[in-house]
Design a protein around this ligand. Structure first.
Ligand code: F6R
Length: 234
């Protein structure tokens, strides 16, 4: 893993932007995207730039089950407002939170990923070490699947909802096997509350108990963290 430590999330956005620009300059066509507070500065740098994704495809990591794409809590809505409205892609894929048949939706999304192999995937990390919504203990061989969110993830995401009860209890997520297929990965983490997960990911044992530690096995990962998230590294 290549680890870049920056002062704060604003500086991290600039580093993340450089990785996107470099990938685009080198012919990347398919970008795996994440939501949450972590990638917003990278997306902002992209929005403020002249990068052009109109010939590119995006494939998002995950989406809540039971939430309509136009609901302002959906990941679709997040992507529209943080990136796609300003930087449209030729085509953008997310799981459909309202899919009538979740098993079929999982198959459809696996096919999307197979047909559009991801050149660059951006990831955040949960306080418990999850990536996508692959919670601790997730089988590493699984591709897209429906996940029961853990109490810790529900609590962490409650800040975006009126109350904790409104947070969806399930999500569609790319699996760890899907994520590991991406050619290049960037993982960003900012803030002291990510420091334990970052330490486990980089220095801890490679274990399903900390899903992000699987990235130790990937040949091309750039980790962009601020000083607070790096504070527990030895
Ligand atoms: C979001 C995602 C999650 C988040 C993680 C960190 O698409 O897949 O794994 O990256 O929960 O969330 P934030 O960035 O809000 O701290």
């Amino acid at each position: 893993m290549k680890v870049i430590v920056v002062k704060d999330q604003a500086a991290g956005g600039k580093e993340g932007f450089k990785v996107f620009k470099n990938a685009l300059d080198n012919g990347a066509k398919v970008f795996g995207l994440a939501t949450g507070s972590t990638p917003v500065t990278t997306y902002q740098e992209i929005v403020n730039s002249d990068l052009d994704f109109s010939n590119c495809t995006s494939v998002n990591l995950d989406e809540y089950v039971g939430i309509a794409p136009d609901n302002d809590q959906s990941y679709k809505y997040f992507m529209q407002s943080h990136l796609f409205n300003e930087k449209p892609f030729k085509q953008s894929f997310l799981p459909n939170g309202l899919a009538a048949d979740p098993a079929e939706e999982v198959k459809r999304y696996d096919k999307v990923i197979d047909e559009h192999p991801i050149d660059l995937q951006i990831l955040g990390i949960g306080r418990n070490g999850h990536i996508g919504f692959n919670e601790p203990g997730t089988d590493r061989n699984v591709t897209t699947h429906v996940v029961d969110l853990t109490p810790s993830t529900i609590e962490a995401n409650a800040r975006f909802f009126a109350s904790e009860n409104d947070v969806p209890k399930q999500a569609f997520s790319m699996g760890l096997a899907s994520i590991m297929k991406s050619k290049h990965l960037i993982l960003e983490a900012f803030g002291e509350n990510k420091a334990d997960a970052v330490k486990g990911m980089i220095e801890g044992p490679d274990t399903p108990d900390l899903p992000a530690s699987i990235l130790q096995n990937h040949p091309d990962v750039t980790v962009i963290i601020d000083e607070a998230a790096a504070s527990k590294l030895s």
